[in-house]
Design a protein around this ligand. Structure first.
Ligand SMILES: [Zn+2]
Length: 477
């Protein structure tokens, strides 16, 4: 007998289908509403106008300029007289400002905010390898640490840094989780390339720990390499955690065979390898094992710089010695004796000289380079973003022309990260990551310390220039 379908009570499967369809519509509407609440209108169009636009690739300045943005990507760039904003577009007129791509900090540590300890404390504990500030960061609550990372990420973004590569010191999964939380719009911050745990040999960091606890503490921050097999395993563990890059610290314990195992395994996983190497021997290990970038490279010889150029290895310069790193201890809020203060200043002078010479040799050599702040310190009176940008532009004090400094933290950095198709310039198809400054950053690179407008992926993060307006009736220019 056929089942009777009563009027007004639809057949059950049909009923379920309708309920599902209604639910899907509701979910879609809710999702669109949520995205709009978060400032990610699904198909929003924005026209940003400014007096000038700097192209770091050519050094050319377009004046006056406009950028048409659809969703989170740049659609068109050109003279403002030639770009048309369709009806309903948002117009942001930055008047006399100079637009340039969002900044990239290729080497940072968002989960470290070490305080220079008072002098007596340093003398009592500090043996150069114990590093109490770092131990404290590792053993403190990971929740507390990741919340601090979120704060420092926001401070970077506010200063115009729209992408960072976080190279270790983020606990077990701090940077991969913060990256995902930012991408899901849970917290504001720059795009993050996360390295997960740093690969080290035993002895590179925080020595003299309680032997009964040492491994448990070290595993919260590092993956230990002891032989080529373990090196491969370490890469696989990080790959399983969905990292974007592998970070290794090369010291005299690390062999070329171990590091080659890392680079081979990482490249198989389509991951680049960034190697911390400061002294000549470590730099040679990194070159021989075909690292993708050498971080710091302070003591690189001319011959090594040439080898890097020939193999296409990037030098990621970290100008922390240029009137910044050691001069932090001259801050009046840090307790230190006049003698130690004077000693720190003179050490800084020597290291600055060495670094200035490196910058000059690098510029002459033709090796590819980018720059990172290596910022991991609490700097009194400055946000993390201010301290980072302040460090990056110190390359100018080492004699680097401003346009090269700007390239090192935009275009070249994007290439080093392997993201040259996404960021680093303001071009159609790339993310709409833009900043604006009042003056001419090529004439005076310190303009970058006073960013007045920040946009990330089409979303306005900061605008202290002018409020946006809406085009309601018809197209306008
Ligand atoms: Zn570092």
């Amino acid at each position: 007998m056929r089942r009777r379908v009563e009027v007004g009570v639809p057949h059950e499967p049909q009923n379920r289908m309708r309920a599902c369809a209604a639910l899907l519509v509701l979910l879609f509407v809710a999702q669109v509403a949520t995205l709009q609440l978060r400032g990610q209108s699904t198909a929003s169009v924005t026209l940003v106008k400014a007096a000038r636009l700097l192209d770091p690739r050519t050094g050319n300045v377009l004046a006056p300029a406009a950028v048409l943005i659809e969703g989170d990507k740049v659609k068109q760039v050109g003279p403002s007289a030639q770009l048309t904003a369709p009806a309903g577009s948002r117009i942001i007129d930055l008047a006399a400002e100079t637009l340039l791509p969002g900044l990239i900090d290729s080497h940072t540590h968002l989960f470290l905010d070490i305080i220079v300890p008072p002098e007596l404390e340093q003398h009592r504990h500090y043996n150069g390898l114990f590093a109490p500030g770092m131990v404290l960061a590792i053993i403190e609550s990971p929740s507390k640490r990741v919340l601090m990372g979120a704060q420092l990420a926001r401070e970077d973004l506010d200063s115009g840094i729209t992408t960072v590569r976080n190279l270790g010191h983020s606990g077990v999964d701090g940077d991969t989780e913060l990256r995902d939380a930012i991408n899901a719009c849970r917290v504001p911050g720059p795009r993050i390339l996360a390295s997960g745990r740093k690969l080290i040999t035993r002895g590179s960091y925080v020595q003299n720990l309680n032997p009964a606890l040492a491994d448990a503490i070290l595993q919260q921050e590092f993956l230990l390499i002891d032989g080529a097999d373990q090196a491969r395993q370490a890469v696989r563990r990080n790959a399983f955690q969905n990292v974007d890059v592998i970070k290794v610290t090369a010291d005299e314990n690390l062999t070329v065979a171990e590091l080659t195992a890392v680079t081979e395994e990482a490249h198989r996983e389509h991951l680049k390898v960034a190697v911390h190497a400061v002294d000549g021997r470590s730099i040679q290990t990194a070159i021989d094992a075909r690292a993708d970038s050498i971080e710091h490279g302070n003591e690189a010889t001319d011959e090594q710089v040439k080898q890097m150029r020939d193999k296409g290895i990037f030098l990621d310069m970290t100008p922390t010695f240029n009137d910044f790193f050691y001069l932090k201890v001259t801050e009046p809020s840090i307790v230190i004796s006049p003698a130690s203060r004077a000693d720190a200043v003179s050490r800084n002078r020597r290291r600055k000289q060495q670094y200035d010479q490196l910058v000059q040799r690098v510029l002459k050599s033709g090796v590819k380079f980018a720059a990172g702040s290596d910022m991991c310190w609490f700097y009194p009176g400055k946000s993390r973003g201010q301290a980072s940008v302040g460090t990056l532009i110190k390359l100018r004090d080492a004699g680097m022309p401003p346009l090269d400094v700007i390239r090192a933290i935009t275009l070249s950095a994007a290439e080093m990260l392997g993201w040259q198709d996404r960021i680093g310039t303001i071009e159609p198809g790339k993310f709409a990551d833009l900043i604006a400054v009042a003056g001419d950053p090529v004439g005076d690179v310190t303009e970058l310390e006073h960013v007045r407008f920040v946009m990330k992926g089409g979303e306005v993060i900061r605008n202290s220039v002018a409020p946006p307006r809406q085009v309601l009736n018809g197209a306008t220019r």
